[in-house]
Design a protein around this ligand. Sequence first.
Ligand code: ASP
Length: 330
Amino acid sequence: MRRILLIGTGGTIASRQTDDGLAPSLSISELLEKVPEIADLCVPECLQLFNMDSTNIRPEHWLEIARTIRENYSRYDGFVITHGTDTMAYTAAGLSYLIQDSPKPIVITGAQISVAQGDSDARRNMIDAFLCASDENSHGVLIVFSGSVILGTRARKNYTKRFAAFASANYPEVARIQSGHVFWFVTQEPEGDVVFSDSLCPNVGLIKLFPGITEDVITFMTDHYDGLVVECFGVGGLPEYYEFYSHIRRSAEKGTLIVMTTQVPNDGSDLTLYKVGHKLTQEPNVLEARDMTSEAALAKLMWILGRTRDVKEAKRLFYTPVAHDMIMHQ
Ligand code: ASP
């Protein structure tokens, strides 16, 4: 049987009720004890990395998870990470850049209701995650949740409460898990050997445009961050009622990279379509997320700026697909 390392990071799945609301407190071994069926699927071992609400998870924690997997990579056949759902899509994206081309599966899961409660989805998600991590077709970073298997670069939390919380954005779910079987829709063989990175630039921001947004908001963001993801309206563009373009140019002189994307959940951006966006395609420091998720765009920018400050090289890296994060890259 496969040896799988279960890494606990917290989240609702490991929470108990306190006077101030739910807080993670169950250890990863206590969590595993609640799902004894896992021992029929593989040989699991536990490692408690942290026990926190994922609201508190930052890029430095992605680095720590990646480092833990690197240190244990040769000793296990796969990895399952339990994590809060609120920032799970960001962590999945971050790990997809920090750990590339992994032939071994790195499966992230969690729950909408704590394993300590009777009506929880935790046990099912845990069993599904281990089924997926034990499956010979599983590679790379995946989220397993409510029967869906989603690429780490494509996940988005779509519901705050219902069990089927995650969707795959602009890319199909790669598999479904039903009645103890993993049914693959999209299979990929990893190319080459696993590649780990150990640096990120956390100084990257994400901002959503809103009607009436003033220039000081954009100025603040471009002045304070080395990279910025801007969620525009629709297919993309910047309002014309302030000097947004001169700020973009000023930030280019400072070397800030700006990724334009959309706040619409599906279909991605297309800056060429409208005059409000077209001008941006001429700006040297402006990139476009196209069909990428905002979570992936943010994490990719952190990964790129952790490697280079050369704008040309950064652009090349951004438009080079990683783990199927971008289809429209030409
Ligand atoms: N606040 C929790 C977290 O993200 C929510 C969850 O796990 O579902 O840690």
